[in-house]
Design a protein around this ligand. Structure first.
Ligand code: AMP
Length: 419
């Protein structure tokens, strides 16, 4: 356990003369005409950071930002439990951008995340909010070649965002060193636990100086995460925003009863009525491909993302969905977290997830940062008990859900689609 006194600011490090001067990759945007967002400045951020927030279109801090930013600025360790889509990334990125020494060519901050998608999202937030700074951030994740990541490391980043496996791999082969890391962020810690990454995270921690500030973000704090936090963080401030494991408050949630053979037809009906972007969650990779093919055959602009698709295909699908090239994305739970695409109008659970917690993460893809979103779930008789679990966990009663078995007679006469 390190013994940095609570509330003490991190000492500023000075640039050693033998350190190479940073390479400026692109000219920064001119923020001179931008008014700093005053609400951000009042949290202890600099004028530059408040301008970065305003430039990104953030005028008011979200609840988690209001609570977390002053603690990070004060140098304290933090465990934050927050709603999905609450703005937690900017809650750590903004104060870190203020604190980084841009003249130093060493890795000063490390963000460990569970998935490649979250890795790209966090890196994107660093680049967006730090657009006016000479920031170099490397994104390190598995499933792709090493060359591009070696080049990023050779470019002397001040910040690294990475998934545990690849980060450890590069650490063990001495291509990465974290001896100068002073702020460590463990993002979506519960997800890392679920995915079996905790042993790798522990190994990574052995390479990070003990004299550091640690921030941990997690949607839920199960017992194991709590124990892990005890040995990893020092006198952490605990921050909880919103009620644990709840979907965004402004989300409209509905459920309809369907039988398995009519899901395909129902989906087409919903997609005809809904003109905005739709994220369709399905239970298996195979099902994802079948549903995707069905939608494409019906002439809809749809893409698909699941664990069997390689990184290039996943990136292409995500980019196409984010840019509007595809209106619909079919996904397995690989896309459940860390997917940050603005304006998803509807999350549709074609199959209910296995657990109520997964439901919360799925529907958190819409209604982000105070926008109104909608979630619709198809529920078969076999899934009633999961729906009840969801109601218990979220406290939301699906008022309009009527499991009308009597209407099954009518449905049998409808044309069936086997997807
Ligand atoms: P996160 O919880 O970090 O994944 O953020 C969810 C979404 O909220 C992202 O699209 C952010 O760009 C957006 N966001 C973060 N902070 C703010 C803010 N203060 N005002 C408006 N949008 C925000």
């Amino acid at each position: 356990m390190h013994d940095r006194p609570r509330g003490k600011r991190r000492p500023k490090r000075t640039l050693k003369p033998d350190q190479p001067q940073p390479l400026r990759l692109a000219p920064p945007p001119d923020l001179s005409g931008i008014e700093p967002a005053p609400a951000f400045a009042s949290l202890g951020l600099s004028v530059e950071a408040a301008k970065g927030a305003a430039h990104a279109g953030y005028t008011e801090p979200t609840a988690i930002q209001t609570k977390v930013i002053p603690e990070v600025v004060a140098g304290r360790d933090v465990i934050a439990c927050s709603e999905t889509g609450s703005g937690k990334t900017a809650a750590f990125v903004l104060p870190i951008l203020d604190w980084l020494e841009y003249d130093a060519a060493s890795i000063q901050t490390l963000v460990v995340v569970p998935t490649r998608e979250l890795c790209q999202q966090v890196t994107g937030e660093f680049r967006r909010l730090g657009a006016a700074q000479p920031l170099r951030v490397a994104e390190i994740y598995g499933g792709v070649g090493y060359d591009g990541q070696r080049r990023q490391i050779a470019g002397r980043p001040q910040a690294v965002v990475g998934t545990p496996g690849r980060v450890l791999d590069l650490l063990q082969s001495k291509q990465l060193t974290f001896k100068d890391v002073r702020i460590l962020i463990l993002d979506e810690a519960d997800r890392m636990l679920d995915m079996g990454f905790l042993p790798q995270v522990r190994d990574i921690l052995r390479h990070v100086p003990r004299d550091r500030q640690t921030l941990m973000f997690s949607a839920t704090i199960p017992e194991e995460i709590s124990r892990f936090a005890e040995v990893t963080l020092s006198h952490p401030v605990r921050i909880q925003v919103g009620v644990r494991a709840k979907p965004p408050a402004q989300l409209i949630q509905e459920a309809v009863e369907v039988n398995s053979s009519e899901k395909g037809r129902k989906l087409l009906e919903v997609l005809q009525a809904e003109q905005g972007t739709v994220l369709v969650f399905v239970g298996t990779k195979r099902r994802a491909d079948t549903v995707h093919q069905g939608l494409t055959r019906a002439g809809l602009r749809a893409c698909v993302i699941h664990g069997n698709r390689d990184q290039k295909e996943r990136d292409k699908a995500l980019r196409g969905f984010a840019s509007g090239q595809y209106r619909i994305m079919v996904a397995t739970d690989v896309a459940q977290r860390g997917l940050d695409i603005k304006d998803i109008a509807l999350v549709l659970n074609y199959d209910l997830p296995k657990s109520a917690e997964d439901y919360v993460h799925r529907v958190g893809r819409t209604g982000r940062a105070d926008a109104v979103g909608r979630a619709l779930s198809f529920v078969t008789i076999a899934e009633y008990s999961t729906l009840k679990d969801i109601e218990r966990l979220t406290g939301h009663a699906f008022q309009n859900f009527i499991p009308v078995k009597s209407s099954l007679g009518n449905r049998r006469s409808l044309p069936r689609r086997r997807w």
